[in-house]
Design a protein around this ligand. Sequence first.
Ligand SMILES: [Zn+2]
Length: 618
Amino acid sequence: MRSGWIRPLIGAAVLAGLSLAMPACRTGAPEGARAARVVMVSFDGLGAPLLDRWLSDPTISTPAGLGGMAAEGLKAERVRMVNPTLTAVNHASLITGALPSETGIVSNSYRSLGDALTQRTNGFRTASEAPPLWVKTRAAGLRTGILLWPGADFSTPELSGDFGISWPTRPLIRAEILELDPAQAEGEPELPPVDGLQALRWRIPIIASGEELLMLEVAVMDVLPDGRPRYQTVAFRNQGEVSWRYLEERQWFETRLDAAGSSDHGKELYGAWSKVLHLDMHRGGVRLYRGAFNRLLAFPGNFSDRLTAEVGPWPGVPDERALEAWWLDMGKGIDLDTFVEQVERLDRYLDNVAQWVMANEDFDFLLAYHPSPDEYLHAGLIVEKDQWAWSHGTAFAAREGLQRCGRSIDQSVAGLWSELNPLKDVLVVVSDHGLLPIHDEVLLNRALVDAGLVEIVEQGGRLRVSDSSPMIAVTSGGMGHIYLNLKGRDPGGVVSEEEKGNLLRRAARALADLGVEGEPVVETIASKDDLAALGLNHPNAGDLVVFLKPGFAASSRLDGKVIRPSRYYGQHGYLNHHDALCGIFLARGAPAGKGKLKEIRAVDIAPKIERWLGLAGR
Ligand SMILES: [Zn+2]
């Protein structure tokens, strides 16, 4: 099906990504010495150019952190990730040493061969067809812990370590921003008046699935009898508690409760981190960020109990939607400072988990993962004037916030290194991709609806692609798989072999014609025949695979304009030849040796780990 209507692939650049690793100026121990323990941590979204900038600024300079790794260990100039440059895809390739054509993980979300058109496979919860390292290590009797590696959700033996934690599903209760209005407050006689100001108190019910789990009491009061009446302190407690706890504006507090979520077997410990975003000292109003309630998901059960007792409930992920709202209207959402504090809290929590595990669990191989760079950059990569929330001020603030994320990551690396034996163990730091700034979203299905190629229906007030649509676009990041609904191949297929070529041509035309001010938004549209050159020739891949140009993000949404300004600011998933999308590889510890490697490929990393673990040649 290779024909003239396909936009030319970026052949030379794509193939350059497949070049072999070129070792250079290596010193110290030969690469391949056996390590006592190997710890590999992935910092999602930490691109090679960003790390190099941080090392030379120097935003990061802790001797035990990334600077020390770069100076004293083994460091690759960059890692050419696999296509598409998405999280689930690249974590599968990092941990298997296999391309998506062999892992079958072709996107974060995709349609597996044999599934109906509108069915989805979640790349974060699916076993790779090529064996991941944890399957090999466990088969070899090496005790393996997995602290949040994408693709290891502990749902089946092949997606599990001997122990570990997995990414929490939805929170028990979502976060919300509450405007506590003085006009709605009651007096609180337990808190005595100061400077003539009576304390104001609100009751906030904490409700899950219609059941009230807790009543939070929040009060504002004056505490200094200085003749200046002002609400300067916030008091809070759970209803039924005797004593109040006190804090000031901009401070956080944790609320814990026992509850059984829909997927829990019994009661579990949940927690939420909330913050007083604003305190009106004059009138007494409070703007409260009431954090989401989450719990830690750890395996097996006795490990979960011991770990939860030590580190507490999962603190929640940074609230990206709330920051995105704030960039455009500082009266909405959460401010940058609050978001970065969430980033830092999650990093410190994961540090505590890893350090407790390293001090208390026997292991040969430990995987760890931090989502923070990716989360920050999606919500805060504001660097270009054509981005919706760009101003001199937002761009400056965003740059400062990013530096704080860099220092937080560096602290995590230093924490891991401090628990290892530099003579016997190896610490490996990797990432799965960088991110590029975006300014617009492209609704691929909407474009195909407009071209008469995707059929939609309304269901419960929402639009969705109909099960009998001739095709569908399934998007992740800056790309999308376009699947035909083919008779004889797909359950409920409607497209015949004779119609196939014409429909794909029309779809490619419709997408290639999409443009902003005459500039196309699509970089490449690959047909099945083109996928081998991209490392993506697997039956799970689309009949067409569309890669957008950097600057544009793909969306599966069906409502609204095909191209519209993006409310978030960083994305990945583009073709891997863009250097900003390259990931990182550093290793430290005597068995790893020392030196600089030129560019390596994502699939070159797993074989190195196998050698350090003594698995190679078994
Ligand atoms: Zn990622």
